[in-house]
Design a protein around this ligand. Structure first.
Ligand SMILES: *[C@@H]1O[C@H](CO)[C@@H](O)[C@H](O)[C@H]1NC(C)=O
Ligand SMILES: *[C@@H]1O[C@H](CO)[C@@H](O)[C@H](O)[C@H]1NC(C)=O
Ligand SMILES: *[C@@H]1O[C@H](CO)[C@@H](O)[C@H](O)[C@H]1NC(C)=O
Length: 274
């Protein structure tokens, strides 16, 4: 938003220097008066038109949210899907407790296997055991097959048919969310439109390796419910067609690229690669 505002004056300057009408009037003084007044009217109209353009340029940009202004996005509109594993989940409890509160946040943790140990805790998100992904190919040498399961969290959380969801937010089990900040940020966008919101890595090499326009799950990213529903329908086919990619983020990114959706950068999402 800020960038767009900054750019506007430069596009303005081209329409701001029209000495053209004045020149025109001078050079036609030898024509009959009736023609002169016609020209005068024409130049007046031209000026009005340019002024109108100017006003448009200065006018505030149309809000991203139009008809939704009446109903603001709240914590309850966001469903968090946390990618974890039976090994790491018990150890990540302290991180999750920093942002999750059962009464106001909605979240699910997706694990490869059930953890009997931690399941009893009522102030931790409910655990969901991911479906079997052994039928999907994985061909990245030295990579981890779990990338498929983690990418599929997007589909699995959507397929739960949770009600009244505006945004699905994805993260790892050591991702710490500032939920109210996140609500404020997402409120700026229309969840009925297709949005993929996040940020690239703060590590240059990671961006080169993956993309400067790919969201990194470690820093969390958000997908509007309307996009998530479409993505969930096609994700399995993408997983089959992109077995050569390394991680889960790239798998989601490849599928979104096929849908023609680019990343909306929000610098509040931080991915740090150690
Ligand atoms: C329960 O979790 C703790 C870590 O929180 C671990 O040390 C312990 O071995 C676990 N017990 C079982 C039975 O899995
Ligand atoms: C959550 O809600 C339950 C039942 O409404 C209540 O007993 C509990 O104190 C609440 N917890 C917090 C942290 O607000
Ligand atoms: C979600 O809805 C779809 C279609 O209405 C249905 O096939 C599916 O079983 C539902 N899933 C759950 C978990 O209820």
């Amino acid at each position: 938003m800020h960038q767009r505002k900054k750019k506007e004056p430069s596009s303005l300057s081209t329409s701001q220097d029209p000495p053209m009408p004045a020149n025109l009037i001078k050079s036609v003084t030898r024509f009959p008066p009736c023609f002169k007044s016609l020209l005068l009217i024409f130049s007046l109209l031209l000026n009005l038109y340019l002024l109108g353009n100017l006003w448009y340029t200065f006018a505030p940009p149309p809000p991203i949210i139009s008809r939704l202004a009446a109903s603001t996005t709240t914590r309850r509109h966001i469903v968090f899907a946390i990618a974890s594993s039976s090994l790491s989940w018990p150890r990540r409890e302290p991180y999750v407790r920093l942002w999750y509160s059962p009464n106001t946040t909605r979240a699910f943790a997706f694990l490869d296997r059930p953890v009997s140990n931690a399941s009893s805790s009522p102030d931790m998100p409910p655990m969901v055991v991911s479906a079997d992904t052994s039928k999907f190919p994985y061909t990245f040498k030295g990579g981890l097959r779990s990338a498929i399961r983690v990418a599929r969290v997007v589909k699995e959380v959507v397929d739960r048919n949770e009600s009244n969801v505006r945004w699905f937010v994805f993260g790892d089990d050591d991702t710490v969310f500032f939920v109210d900040n996140l609500v404020n940020t997402l409120s700026k966008y229309d969840h009925e439109k297709w949005f993929y919101i996040g940020s690239n890595s703060e590590c240059y090499e990671q961006n080169v390796k993956n993309s400067f326009d790919m969201a990194f799950g470690g820093g969390g990213f958000a997908i509007s419910h309307s996009l998530a529903r479409v993505l969930a329908r096609v994700l399995d086919s993408c997983l089959t067609r992109y077995p050569h990619l390394y991680g889960s983020d790239a798998r989601i990114y490849s599928c979104l690229a096929e849908l023609g959706v680019g990343l909306t950068h929000e610098p509040g999402f931080h991915q740090v690669n150690k």
